[in-house]
Write a protein that binds this ligand. Structure first.
Ligand code: ZN
Length: 71
């Protein structure tokens, strides 16, 4: 697995919608790539914040920050 593939799968991983084979490759890349590890941490933080705030309002800055990671 390479970095762009990894980044595409981050949301799937966090939604726990990943099959075991992909998950193994994902975790293997995670353990060998500091860049992707940092990205995963940042996105996990943003997503948990996003979920906490969802009932109140969706902050636009956060929304576009997440989008920037993928487009
Ligand atoms: Zn990577």
């Amino acid at each position: 697995m390479n970095c762009p593939e990894f980044k595409k799968l981050i949301f799937e991983y966090m939604e726990k919608e990943m099959d075991n084979v992909t998950k193994k490759e994902f975790q293997l890349h995670l353990s060998t790539c500091k860049d992707c590890e940092r990205d995963l941490m940042e996105i996990a933080k943003a997503v948990s914040l996003f979920r906490r705030l969802k009932k109140i309002a969706v902050p636009e800055a956060l929304d576009s920050k997440i989008q920037n990671l993928f487009y």
